[in-house]
Design a protein around this ligand. Structure first.
Ligand code: ASP
Length: 428
């Protein structure tokens, strides 16, 4: 009997959890544990490296092709507007949820910040004041495309691909060959993703085994209340709010969502990186949810780099946790600032492990909380990062299904034609 890839990945995840529990139960320096961790690290890193390898050509070609096709169908404006509205709307819901839960359950009240003096003493916080963040963010959007291709910097790559896609449409027939080249590059990259997927069950098992075996259970229990509030609200957002929106807009049920999306969600859990998961996310939305490549090629890459509900929720909840630790009561106005900053910080965080921790500094500073408190959060971040990454990726999948539904295919207009006026304008 052939087991489907979907089921294989699920089995891989279960095997990884069991293996992780087994390895975690061994003595910390037992050689079986060390060897097990080494092998798991090797397989896991190989899987992530392969995904990152295909990420750049795939994202680049998908966006360029997506824009060109959208323009040809003349619904690019609708797609832009619905994508951004959906992403901003869900980010707002996420931060409001995080702040409300923190106000109700008050995690951190009762603990004191000096309990963590050791951790904080050894920690040099990287300060990221808002003007500096803004400067970095804005200039980071634009980069020499060859540098970002080579370094795999996803955000400037996405921006350049968007611009190139628009230019290609303006250029029309004259650049038909490049357009075709991009289409073929996208097809070919997806073929490579299919190859990599064969390793996915093993990669997922290895990464989860490591994640669970190296979890610091003691630390987690010291901050159990905070961890429970963050996990509880993140799961609520991921299992109730987002699937609810999906059902509302498209009538796709939560069960169908889970069935269709799980390859991608489990990979997000294992890799803690929405960027590394993106090749699989593109694959599932097209294959399992029937999102047209033109829509997916636009909505998924933009979502991966900007739409992070789990991260926004976490940053808001963590800021309130720190406020409780240091015994500061944040006013409503300050909490609104925390919400706005958390959204910005999530938009600015790249889709890599623990990225949210770096932009966290800005959120804390915005209301005068000690940035050093990040030292307390870092050791428990692995588990929380894994869970918020799943919700980040889920938001992108749901976003593309909703945007597709709201922007149905239109009768195909005449093939893209060279627009001599536009060309003359851009050249002259
Ligand atoms: N790891 C997250 C992601 O890739 C970002 C974060 O640290 O919150 O989506």
């Amino acid at each position: 009997m052939r087991i489907s890839m979907n089921a294989q990945i699920l089995l891989g995840a279960l095997a990884g959890v069991l293996l992780g529990l087994g390895l975690g139960a061994l003595e910390p320096d037992a050689s079986a544990r060390l060897q097990g961790l080494y092998v798991a690290g090797l397989i896991g890193s190989l899987f992530i490296a392969l995904l990152k390898m295909v990420l750049v050509p795939l994202v680049f070609s998908s966006i360029v092709v997506g824009i060109a096709r959208l323009r040809a169908q003349q619904n690019i404006r609708g797609v832009w507007v619905t994508t951004l509205s959906f992403y901003i709307g869900t980010l707002v819901l996420a931060v409001v949820l995080g702040v409300t839960a923190s106000n109700v359950f008050r995690p951190g009240a009762g603990l004191q910040i000096d309990m963590f003096a050791d951790a904080m003493a050894a920690f040099e916080a990287k300060r990221l004041p808002f003007p500096e963040f803004l400067m970095q963010f804005v200039t980071g959007l634009f980069q020499n495309p060859f540098a970002s291709l080579a370094q795999g910097s996803i955000v400037p790559l996405v921006v350049f691909a968007l611009i190139l896609g628009v230019a290609l449409v303006h250029g029309g027939e004259r650049y038909a060959a490049i357009n075709r080249l991009m289409e073929e590059m996208q097809d070919l990259s997806l073929l490579v993703v299919n190859f990599i997927m064969r390793l996915a069950p093993y990669g997922v098992a290895a990464l989860l085994a490591r994640l669970i075996a190296t979890q610091d259970v003691e630390l987690l229990s010291t901050m159990a209340r905070f961890v429970a509030v963050v996990l509880g609200t993140t799961l609520f957002h991921g299992m109730v709010v987002l699937p609810g929106l999906l059902y509302l807009f498209t009538r796709v049920t939560p069960l169908a969502l889970w069935r269709g999306a799980r390859e991608s969600l489990i990979t997000a859990l294992a890799t803690s990186s929405s960027a590394a998961t993106m090749p699989i996310t593109l694959r599932v939305v097209e294959r399992n949810f029937g999102v047209r490549p033109a829509t997916a090629g636009f909505v998924v890459p933009v979502g991966t780099t900007m739409n992070m509900d789990g991260t926004a929720l976490y940053e808001a909840a963590a800021a309130l946790f720190v406020a409780n630790l240091v015994g500061i009561d944040l006013s409503i106005g300050q909490q609104v600032i925390v919400c706005a900053m958390s959204m910005l910080a999530a938009v600015g965080a790249p889709g890599i492990p623990s990225a949210g921790m770096v932009t966290m500094a800005m959120v804390l500073q915005s209301v005068g909380l000690p940035v050093e408190a990040i030292a307390i959060l870092l050791p428990i971040d692995r588990l929380l990062d894994a869970v918020r990454t799943v919700v980040n990726v889920e938001g992108d999948i749901i976003g593309s299904v909703v945007v597709e539904k709201l922007n149905p295919p239109q009768p195909v207009a005449a093939p893209v034609q060279a627009n001599p006026d536009a060309l003359a304008r851009s050249v002259g």
